[in-house]
Design a protein. Sequence first.
Length: 671
Amino acid sequence: MALALMGSGCDVIDLSEITQRDARTRVRPEPVGEHCPFGGQAVLSGLDQDRDGVLDDEEVTATDYVCDDAPAQVRTRTRSEAHGVNCALGGQAVQSGLDLDTNGQLDDAEVTATDYVCATTVANVLVRVRPVAPGAQCALGGQVTHAGHDANGNGLLEDAEISREVYGCDEPAPVLSRVREVPSSVAPCDRGGSVVEAGADLDLDGALDPAEIDATAYACDVAPARVRLVQYQTEPGGMNCPAGGTGVNAFEDATGEGGPTPGGFITTVHVCHASRIHDGDFVVASAVDLVALAGVGRLRGTLRIDAPTLAEAMLPTLSIIDGSLIVQGNSSLRRTALSTLRFIGGNVELRDNARLDTLLLGDDTRAPLRVGGSLTVENNPALPDLLGLVAVVPTDSITLRANNAVEDPGSLPNVVTLQGSLRIQDNLRMDRTPFLKLAHVHGDVLLENNSALPGPFGLERLETVDGALELNANPQLEELHPLGKLTTVGTLSIVGNSKLANTVGFVNLVRAGRLLIQGNSVMSSAGDMPLLTHVEQDLTVKYNAGLQRVHRLPLLRSTSAVSIIGNDDLVSLEGFGALTRLSVLSSLGNPKLTTLGDFATLREVTFLNIQGNARLTDFNLGELARVTTDFVVVDNPKLPTCKATALATKVFQGDPEVLHIDMNDDTATCP
């Protein structure tokens, strides 16, 4: 029986005409719930009874659910990480990813990220290292290091525990290459040949040092002149260099035409990227800051270690500091070891570290540590020696001051020339200097107030000092023989050395800008410079209480001024017997000097100044012919005034107003 719905004013729908052709479905998302634990879709079905083309809610007669599978779980696994670029001291690689095949473990193909949890030398401080893809932070990629204290003691560095973040970006150092001859019988070339060597210029000195050689190739039976190196090429990441690098092509050119010889030697050696760079200055104020530098090979800035609680400072991957290295005011620091350093662009300053007793900068067995500026080691009272600085080669100056535990400092044989100065001051126990091969100093050399220094030992090869060589106030200084190779000096100053008896030792000194010998209380003789020919400016000998003679200057032919002042026992000036002209001749307050006759060949003086010589009785300047500007003879109580007047009449050519003869012996008569 057919049914019909009828109504006034309404369309009549004949249900008998609704068939399966009017079946409809619609799909809607199904949230996580009782029907689908992990969400999914609900498929609704029914007949479109009103034939509007849409399955309305009231038309739904059945609902089926298509549920999502359980999501893949995040899995992790760890493996041991050896010492290397990711972890300088080793550690663990923590790999993570989705368990896509739901086998309950992380397979190799499922690894999407790796964090490195690195070992540190500091208890309770953790380091986490993650790779950084090429981008804005690091153009060529690199790594980011997070460091902090493991506050909850779970062995993991959590985000909330991070207190220092450091980016180390990959940036290759310039690549250098060369060809060297291989002698016969040297493996692998029994009959000799060539070796191609290439590497990164880690210390930026423009030379490929032995320790920088990363790649070699041998061309046996091929002379170096026949091997050509062509332009470097970029090596993408892959089998040759996992992180990319530089390829250096080399080939045999037997004809000299610039191309490879068919069938001849040809190869490419690869120099891989390794160094990671951190831009900007870096201050280590705690152990966390120190370990955060793990993996950084180059710091483009200044590194300052100023951490009062830090006991040990080690950076096993840092090789280049473009700025300065400053280790200062670390009251707890016992050990500083930066053995991989090869270049520091600025200064090295090691100051005021009260407990520092172990110091190592660079590794002399691998390569010198070039320092573009100066080296200062000052007020480190527990440091026993300087052996840990054997690799250091400063360009400018060196200062060793107030390191009171240093007795024998050891040897620093790589220091040969200094553009600046050498200052060794206020060291309580140091009995020698460490500069056995130092030959040339363009600035000053200052040895001052070193309480135990018996002589300038360690300077036996010093030949030239362009500035001043000052040996001042060293209470145990007794000999100067170690300076026997010195030939020229700007100023030679020997002042206040209470045990120095003479100046014997300058056997090769030829020229000096100035010479000052002052306040050496037991010195009995000065001079003893058999080759000294010229003192450019002034030669001054004053206030040496026991000095009796200035002698043994047989070749001294010229100096501008001679000033002899306040030497209580002085009786002889025989060392000046070859001088012929002086701008100034001063003899002031030498109470035992009786004559100036040792100036036997002196002919001309610009300013003659003779005062306060209690026993002076005569000039005896028989060759003196001219005093041109000033003539002062005053307060010489045993010198007849008539002799002074006679000499002035004979030689003085200046203005009478600057002629001063007074307070001499007015009672004596002259023949």
